[in-house]
Design a protein around this ligand. Structure first.
Ligand code: PMP
Length: 372
C-alpha cells in the first residue's frame, strides 16, 4: 500500500525510533529528579532535544515549551493569551481556514465574552494583509494565522503579517504544524511573531509530542500567558507534568534530521509533487481540477477535484492500494470548511481528495498510478 496521507501523520524515521528506545528502557528516569544518573541522563537528553528544536526554528532553547502536540499548543496559547491579557482587550482575529484546534478554541472563547473576527481568504486560502489591518482595533489582543494550510499547502505571507503585528503592537500566533520540517522557518526573521505551534508526528517524529515557541523580550523575559496545566512547574511553569522523555528525544532527533536534510527533503518533495501532478494531468485530463496553487506552497500537498466522483467512495476504493484522504483527518466526517472558505461548491468539496507526500518516497513508488 502506498501511503500518501503524510499531512495527517508520518512514519517515524528509523533513527528517531533508535534514539527513543533507550529512554523507554534503561534511561527511564524523571528529568525533574536530581543527582542520580538516570535522572541526569534524562535531563541532558531533554536539553539536547530542546536545542535541536531551537536550531531548527532559529530561536533560543529557552523559548521552546514541550506540549503533547499542536492541538494542545494552539489551545494553550490562544486561551493563555486571552486569559492573561483580558484586561487589555477582548478581541481576537483569526482566519476561516484554521485547524479546528484554533477555530473551536476561538468559538469557546466567544462563549466567554471574547469577540472573534474570522478573516476571509482568497481562492488559495491566503489572507489579505489589508483585511487584517482593517480589522485591528484598540481591543485586539491576539492575531492567530495559520502559516501553511493543511489541505491546500498555501503559505501565508508571514513576513508581512509579522511586521504588521509588530507595528500595531498586537501579539501574533501562528499554527506552523504543516510547515516545520518542510520549509525554512527562521524565527529570527519574524520579530513580530510571538507564539508558534508545532507537532512531532508531522515530520517523522513520534505522536503525542509537540511544542510551542514563546518569544522572550529584549530583557530576556518570556512573554507571559496563563498556564494551561498547573502543577509541578515543569516547562517554566507554563505546562506542568512529568516530561515524556522518550517522545521528546524522538522529537529532537526528528528536528535534527529535518535540519540536516532540509534542502534535500524539500527538493525531493518538489520533484515528487511535480511528477504526481503530471501523472494526474495525463491520466485524468479534463476530469480533474487542482484546488491548490502551484507556487508559494508547502511542497508535497496536492488537492484535486475528481469531477462527479464522491470523495469518500473514491478514498475507500483506493484504500487497498493508495492511502489518501478527503482533507484534514481531524474533521473528516464534515465537508471541508477550508475548501468552502476558498469558494468551492458543496459538490466540488465532496469530490476533492488530498495527496500528501513524504521525502521517504521515491519516484518509483508513484509508478502505481500508471496502473489505475
Ligand atoms: N494544526 C494543523 C494545521 C494540523 O494539520 C494539525 C494536525 N492535523 C493540528 C493542528 C493538530 O496537531 P496534533 O495532531 O499535533 O494535535
Amino acid at each position: 500500500m502506498l501511503y500518501l496521507d503524510n499531512s495527517a501523520t508520518t512514519q517515524v524515521h528509523p533513527e528517531v525510533k533508535d534514539a527513543m528506545l533507550p529512554y523507554l528502557m534503561e534511561e527511564f528516569g524523571n528529568p525533574s529528579s536530581k543527582y542520580y544518573s538516570v535522572a541526569e541522563n534524562a535531563k541532558n537528553a531533554v536539553k539536547e532535544a530542546r536545542n535541536n528544536l531551537a536550531s531548527l526554528l532559529g530561536c533560543s532553547s529557552s523559548e521552546v515549551i514541550f506540549t503533547s502536540g499542536s492541538t494542545e499548543s494552539n489551545n494553550m496559547i490562544i486561551k493563555g493569551v486571552a486569559d492573561y491579557y483580558s484586561d487589555q482587550g477582548n478581541h481576537i482575529i483569526t482566519t476561516k481556514v484554521e485547524h479546528p484546534s484554533v477555530l473551536e478554541t476561538c468559538r469557546y472563547l466567544e462563549t466567554k465574552g471574547f469577540e472573534v473576527t474570522y478573516l476571509d481568504v482568497d481562492h488559495f486560502g491566503r489572507i489579505n494583509i489589508e483585511d487584517l489591518k482593517k480589522e485591528m482595533k484598540g481591543t485586539t489582543i491576539l492575531v492567530s494565522v495559520i502559516w501553511g494550510n493543511n489541505e491546500l499547502g498555501s503559505l501565508n505571507d508571514m513576513k508581512s503579517i509579522s511586521n504588521l503585528c509588530l507595528e500595531e503592537n498586537v501579539f501574533l500566533h501562528s499554527d506552523a504544524t504543516q510547515v516545520i520540517g518542510k520549509i525554512e522557518v527562521d524565527l529570527s526573521n519574524y520579530p513580530g511573531l510571538t507564539f508558534l505551534s508545532f507537532s512531532g508526528h508531522k515530520f517523522h517524529g513520534p505522536k503525542g509530542i509537540g511544542g510551542s515557541f514563546i518569544r522572550k523580550d529584549q530583557y530576556d523575559i518570556l512573554t507571559k500567558i496563563t498556564p494551561l496545566l498547573h502543577g509541578g512547574g515543569q516547562e517554566l511553569g507554563i505546562r506542568s507534568g512529568t516530561l515524556a522523555v522518550h517522545n521528546i528525544v524522538g522529537f529532537g532527533k526528528a528536528a535534527e534530521l529535518a535540519n540536516i536534510h532540509a534542502v534535500k527533503n524539500r527538493n525531493q518533495l518538489i520533484e515528487l509533487e511535480n511528477y504526481l501532478t503530471d501523472i494526474l494531468k495525463e491520466k485524468f485530463n479534463t476530469h480533474i481540477v487542482f484546488n491548490n496553487d502551484v507556487t508559494n506552497k508547502i511542497p508535497g500537498i496536492i488537492s484535486v477535484q475528481f469531477k462527479g466522483v464522491n470523495n469518500e467512495i473514491l478514498v475507500k476504493k483506493l484504500s487497498p492500494i493508495i492511502a489518501v484522504s478527503t482533507g484534514s483527518a481531524c474533521s473528516s466526517s464534515k465537508p471541508s470548511h477550508v475548501l468552502a472558505a476558498i469558494g468551492l461548491s458543496i459538490d466540488q468539496v465532496r469530490s476533492t481528495i488530498r495527496f500528501s507526500l513524504s521525502s521517504f518516497l521515491s519516484i518509483e513508488d508513484l509508478v502505481v498510478f500508471n496502473q489505475l
